[in-house]
Write a protein that binds this ligand. Structure first.
Ligand code: NAD
Length: 483
């Protein structure tokens, strides 16, 4: 008899304890070989003054078991609290968020009976780096960081997932028509890595029209990979249109650790009333069972769950007069699943885990040879409250010298000097590009320090700089709109 696998379990807040108890009851009933270690996370921990929402001692359990089964938590209102999910994902390097969104028509109401989409969301980068600054009275900034290793890992994960799960198509969503460098890199990496997987149909959609198509015709998609923010938004949309956010689970996978959860929150208004649907967390639990090598148990649980849904035994959130047979509470739903262990659905497609898909993907990142990087200028950002672009441009030209000259002045990304338009609205946040007096000539750090010194002496309120480089002769910056 193989020994039990230690897993770290958090019961969370709100409906969390009820649905976690229901899931563990079902999984144990099916013979899951697990040894649960409990840690405390969430509201109580936050309110004890721990801003990350997790006791420092809890990390010890997580680092040892490397498997986290997590019920939803409540993030207290008010400032200062860090998102526990973001912290956990980043601390444990859980770079891939996998969310299968499947419809259970005709037993759960949906406009998309044939839907079976898996969203693979990048989990660590993009606007979620949490690097935000207020720079002027009027302007706030959030840095969007997309890296080549981060993009390669998630895109490869998506293709490997597709291969292991016998999927046919992998789609990528980005907004690279606007964000040419960040989303452009993600798209480029998708094309590069996709070439290593010739068996798949591959396509790229601009995220706006792609999202519209996903909401309208989800049957047209199979595996969809995207950067963090789009994935966050669209995986909820996909789960909701499949039937309910209450049904979907997700896996957060890293090289060493993994976290499994429901996609919904702690539904505090439903807490303690034996009302909540444990299915979303149970689906997270199925992904976990596969991850720890107990696909046999996952298959039994999954089929019993499908049979329960098919038999019309539904919690309030999916209960519908006519389709459903019996409205039950959390505990009764769990008992109904336990009673069906060993059974298979009659109409819905039975789950088969015979070729158990592994969840982790061994990856080695090979850095590209370093490019020849040349400093050729600097963008200096200012707070400047007089909105007269021409006057400001002329004043800045007075700072030219030591081989550097002003080449353009822009406001919120639009060129306003020289030859700007009076119609362009200007905020108090300006960007001035200074380059070498010789076209594309090299610039030194010393020249930039000298420039900043002259700006400071002349009383300009500069707020940050961004160096302008070429990489192997290619510009590493995007020109202003209108330039
Ligand atoms: P929510 O997902 O908790 O609830 C949204 C709606 O769905 C509510 O009407 C709720 O009653 C219903 N619902 C959700 N899960 C259900 C279930 N299992 N069964 C039946 N009905 C269910 O979202 P919210 O109300 O925006 O957030 C509540 C709290 O949860 C907040 O503190 C939020 O920060 C937190 N949250 C946590 C996580 C997480 O821990 N992963 C995720 C999202 C939100």
């Amino acid at each position: 008899m193989p020994s039990n696998v230690p897993i770290t379990v958090a019961f969370g807040d709100g409906i969390g304890p009820e649905i976690m108890n229901a899931c563990l009851h079902i999984m144990r009933g099916a013979g899951a070989r697990i040894e649960a270690e409990t840690i405390e996370i969430g509201e109580k921990v936050y309110l004890r003054g721990i801003n990350a929402g997790i006791e420092p001692s809890a990390w010890e359990s997580l680092r040892r078991t490397k498997v986290f089964f997590k019920a939803p938590i409540t993030t207290p209102q008010g400032g200062g609290f860090k998102s526990l999910n973001v912290t956990t994902r980043k601390t444990l390097g859980l770079y891939a968020n996998v969310r299968p969104c499947v419809s259970y028509y005709p037993f759960v109401d949906t406009k998309h009976p044939g839907m079976d989409v898996v969203i693979v969301r990048e989990n660590e980068e993009d606007l979620y780096a949490g690097i935000e600054h207020r720079q002027t009275d009027e302007v706030y900034q959030c840095l969007k960081l997309i890296s080549r290793p981060g993009s390669e890992k998630i895109v490869r994960y998506a293709f490997e997932y597709a291969r292991r799960n016998n999927r046919k198509k992998v789609t990528c969503f980005t907004k690279d028509n606007i964000m040419k460098f960040t989303d452009g890199l993600f798209h480029k990496v998708f094309d590069e890595i996709g070439a290593e997987y010739p068996e798949f149909e591959k396509e790229h959609w601009i995220v706006d029209i792609g999202a519209a198509k996903l909401a309208d015709t989800p049957e047209a998609f199979d595996v969809v990979v995207m950067p963090n923010l789009y994935g966050d938004i669209l995986s909820d949309v996909a789960a909701q249109i499949a039937g309910s956010v209450g049904l979907a689970g997700s896996a957060n996978i890293g090289d060493q650790c993994a976290m499994f959860e429901a996609i919904h929150g702690s539904a505090p208004r439903r807490a303690g009333q034996n009302l909540a649907n444990p299915s979303g967390l149970l689906h997270g639990g199925l992904l976990m069972l596969v991850h720890i090598g107990q696909a046999d148990v996952a298959e039994v649980v999954h089929n019993a769950w499908l049979k329960t849904i098919e038999d019309g035994i539904h919690t309030y959130d999916i209960y519908k007069e006519g389709t459903s047979k019996q409205k039950v509470g959390t505990k009764e739903f769990a008992e109904a699943v336990v009673a069906r262990l060993g059974q298979k659905p009659g109409t819905l497609k039975a789950a088969s885990y015979s070729k158990a898909p592994k969840q982790t993907v061994a990856q080695t990142y090979t850095p590209k040879p370093r490019a020849n990087k040349q400093l050729i200028g600097v963008d200096v950002f200012f707070q400047h409250n007089d909105r007269d672009a021409k006057a400001f441009g002329k004043r800045l030209e007075g700072i030219n010298g030591e081989g550097l000259k002003l080449t353009s002045l822009s406001n919120r990304g639009v060129k306003v000097y020289p030859e700007g338009f009076d119609e362009t609205f200007c905020s108090d946040h300006w960007r001035a590009g200074f380059m070498s007096e010789q076209a594309n000539g090299p610039v030194t750090h010393q020249q930039i320090v000298g420039l900043l010194d002259r700006l400071s002496q002349a009383g300009f309120d500069f707020i940050k700089i961004e160096n302008l480089y070429t990489f192997d002769g290619q510009k590493g910056f995007v020109a202003s709109q209108g330039e």
